[in-house]
Design a protein around this ligand. Structure first.
Ligand SMILES: [Zn+2]
Length: 422
């Protein structure tokens, strides 16, 4: 009797430990979709190919949009005899039957390009019907040119990628060694970019510390560790230069060679500003997510702050929404936790030493002085420490429950982001 029960016990223990390790594995190695975008190194022949494909994508989109708009108009005028709103597959069938035969140049491009353009159009209508976006717009030549290719996409070596019809494209940057299903090629000013999505496993870096982050106008971020990250005020820095370039552009004859040259210059400066901004943000969000176990931020009322015109420009320049988006996915990627503290939490009014709350604190007061215990410290640092404390208390008080609320808050945010776009 004895040996059997021992075996049974051993077995059940083994099973239990197996189950445990499996669930841990499930927790920490979740697949996650990441986007990758890099510049293409192209020759003239390839540029022609890319332009042709963007042309086909734009033509298919505009044709589909005109048709769907006609259908909507018809349905509005004749509620008795409504036409069914077409799916992406319907649209593509009609395109093949009606448009492709009349426009020979469609056959020079991959058949997946118009198909994907129509799928994007259908998605765009779906967002419009769900009231999360406006009515889709007609595309103009040279403005946000882009197209999607689906089919045999292969990454060859470190910086070559094979795509349907166009062939092998070179990149400046090393490509991740994965197998993308489709790629999107887009143009920004005079440069071409390739982007695709790929699945990756999340990591758990095992950090345990908590960091509070106070976002502000003066400095991009103040950490509870005392670090201060000055934002790249790229727009402010290049504002004068940009407005001068835009003025020059406006005062040229539309369509002339000089006008074209000026448009490229304006677009280049816009790209430079955007690059500086995105670089600072990426550095900051990676630093936070990779080096700390828990990152605590405040749920800032961005739309409320944007209503204040003086602050609006400064806030838009620091792209707080983008900060939150990046931090959310990077925390997931590096296995750290993002805690979003309620926007009504008075982080700047509380003394981080004795927790006495001040009745009022004006924006001009840059140094926090506590009347109760005499503590003095930089206003933003005091707020960052308060955020850190708020999260540590919440976690120790109710354990897992607070982790769930964190997740909920993150979802709330995505809703909020949609609302403010409208
Ligand atoms: Zn105090």
């Amino acid at each position: 009797m004895r040996p059997i029960s021992r075996v049974l016990l051993a077995e059940s223990l083994l099973l239990a430990s197996f189950r445990l390790s499996l669930s841990v594995y499930m927790l920490y190695n979740v697949n996650m979709l990441l986007g990758f975008k890099t510049e293409l190194k192209i020759n003239n022949k390839q540029r022609t190919h890319l332009l042709k494909h963007s042309g086909v994508a734009r033509h298919a989109w505009n044709w589909g949009l005109a048709l769907t708009k006609q259908i909507l108009d018809h349905n509005k005028a004749n509620p008795g005899s409504k036409i069914k709103f077409p799916s992406a597959i319907d649209l593509h069938k009609w395109l093949v039957a009606l448009v492709k035969s009349e426009n020979e140049w469609y056959y020079e491009c991959s058949k997946s390009t118009p198909q994907q353009a129509l799928m994007a159009l259908r998605e765009s209508w779906k967002r419009c019907f769900n009231k999360t976006a406006g009515v889709p717009k007609f595309k103009k030549k040279g403005r946000r040119d882009s197209f999607t290719l689906e089919g045999t996409v292969k990454i060859l070596g470190n910086n070559k990628i094979q795509v349907p019809v166009i062939g092998v494209l070179k990149t400046y940057e090393r490509l991740p060694q994965i197998k993308p299903k489709s790629v999107t090629i887009s143009r920004q000013a005079d440069r071409w970019f390739i982007s695709f999505r790929f699945e990756t496993k999340t990591q758990d870096l095992g950090n345990a510390d908590v960091v509070g982050v106070d976002l502000g106008v003066k400095a991009l971020a103040t950490l509870s560790t005392g670090e201060v990250i000055i934002g790249a005020k790229s727009y402010k820095k290049y504002e004068a230069k940009l407005s001068r370039m835009q003025w020059l552009h406006r005062h040229k004859i539309i369509g002339s060679a000089n006008w074209k040259k000026a448009s490229v210059q304006v677009a280049r400066l816009h790209r430079k500003i955007a690059n500086i901004r995105s670089c600072t943000l990426h550095k900051l969000t990676t630093l936070l997510a990779k080096n700390h176990g828990t990152v605590v931020i405040e749920d800032l009322n961005v739309s409320g702050m944007m209503a204040n015109h003086k602050m609006a420009k400064a806030i838009a320049d620091m792209s707080l929404f983008e900060f939150r988006r990046q931090l959310t996915y990077k925390c997931e990627l590096y296995g750290s936790k993002l805690v979003v503290v309620d926007r009504w939490f008075p982080s700047s009014k509380i003394c981080s030493q004795c927790r006495t709350k001040k009745k009022s604190l004006s924006l001009q007061e840059r140094v926090f002085k506590c009347e109760h215990c005499g503590f003095q410290c930089d206003r933003d640092l005091n707020a960052a420490v308060n955020l850190k404390n708020a999260a540590s208390h919440a976690v120790s008080a109710c354990g897992l429950v607070s982790a769930d609320t964190t997740r909920m808050k993150q979802e709330d945010f995505s809703l909020l982001a949609n609302v403010s776009k409208l």
